[in-house]
Design a binder for this molecule. Sequence first.
Ligand code: EPU
Length: 340
Amino acid sequence: MLLKDFDLTTRNTLALPARAALYLEVGSRERLEALACDLSLKGLRRFVLGGGSNLVLTGDFDGLVLHIAIPGRRCTGEDADHWYVSAGAGENWNDFVRWTLDKGWPGLENLAQIPGSVGAAPVQNIGAYGLEVADRIAGLTAIDTHTGNPLRLSRADCRFAYRSSVFKQEGWHLDGRTAIVEVTFALPKRWTPLTAYAELAAELDARKNAAPNAREIAEAVAAVRRRKLPDPATHPNAGSFFQNPTVDAEKAAELTARDPTMPSYPQADGRVKHAAGWLIERAGWKGKRLGCVGFHEKQALVLVNYGGARASDLAALTHAVQADVKEKFGVDLIPEPVLL
Ligand code: EPU
């Protein structure tokens, strides 16, 4: 049912107040296709909403919010190397990961406990503890929300990059042009554990588990996340608020010369990624609040709404931190969530 003047406060994990002129929960691909024929909605601005866990609502939205709630998960085939598993875009991401592990299909365990939906995972190419979802995606189906036509994208078509994909690069996500309806994953039959990420390795060490299986890795990842990342149910947040900045080799050398303890992750192209959380902490913002918003005391990269925050409160804090980190380190911090 098409709802008017819909309150989005409970539909974004930062709990920012904003209203949508129109709101529709979409439970099937057919519903989305039919929408394209609805003349009363022609030309209307759209936004495709998943779990709302990577979203900053900067104000009311004068168009149509499509909340994708398409269910379903199944194994669609296998070959010598992979199981192919498909899921509806509306499935909860963590429930889906746990289900694959229960079925005996490893490969997504490092991405356990990430909030959000299956359909949102490819948009920003979610990543954690040494794995990006791009590494496990075979392809996906999206629908053009204006024409109802399907788009089938292979992994290469998705143009995955760090926290990015064709959906962000081409603006299809922000202008609601495409809605992902199903994602197909290629899960490896010859599975090898990815346990090199320092915090995950330390957690497995503490558990005295030198040869973990995929479910045990998921448990260790979940424990690390629960320890460090605030639960949106009690501390509304959108995960990492900034991307980890990548700088050229010259700038990286300058930064590490100033402080050799600065975490640095050399990239294939010679550039170097640094940890935004470290920069924010060193600039003195960890655990610090400005009004009702602040950076979490255990992970400086996570901005928390401590109650009653509005978009302007977030803007004031993020601009202050961006300016301070720029002044102290000469590094630009770019927000990681989608700003609507
Ligand atoms: N660090 C600090 N202070 C902080 C936070 C981090 O000094 O307050 C240092 C850590 O000690 C470590 C380094 O920065 O040396 C990296 O920290 P961490 O392992 O916590 O990861 P991150 O770079 O802060 C990224 C992702 C997370 C993901 C983790 C684990 C981005 C923007 N964030 O965070 O993803 O869970 O790695 O792989 O890439 C998200 O995207 O929402 C998200 C939570």
